[in-house]
Design a protein around this ligand. Sequence first.
Ligand SMILES: [Fe+2]
Length: 173
Amino acid sequence: MNLSTLEDLFKDQLKDLYSAEAQLTKALPRMARAATAPELKRAFEEHLEETEGHVQRLQTLAEQLDIKLGRKKCKGMEGLIEEGKEVLDAGGDGAVIDAALIGAAQKVEHYEISAYGTARTLAEQLGLTNAVRTLQETLDEEEATDEKLTQISEGGVLEAAGAVEEDSDDSNS
Ligand SMILES: [Fe+2]
């Protein structure tokens, strides 16, 4: 890899993101199947649709900027998905597996949020206004997904399934 200019770095980051998103489109359907709570299943299915949109956006952006995406493999996402597979293969309680799926998915979202933030900032520095807007759009959706996952886990997926004890009348806790 040649990193002589910020543009080289920006291109490299786009390729990495493209690989990350493409890998994620394959992992999300499996995560949706593994989820027990309907709310979580739906969140994964919705994020799959969004992720397909993210792939599209990167392709459009690359065409506009005459960048060839494709060959690079995002090793960060590969590792996160590899870890996630341990959850997919796990047996046990559905609600606990849901909590593990949420954890794995949020690691993915945080990785993407970080990577899109970097790419967006590089685009700003390069004066690529359209790229800034496009990358920010995706970044916003990744953040919204992350928040939704937090809400699902806080909203009592586990309590509903009886995996943790209900907070009855212990006012000191
Ligand atoms: Fe994405």
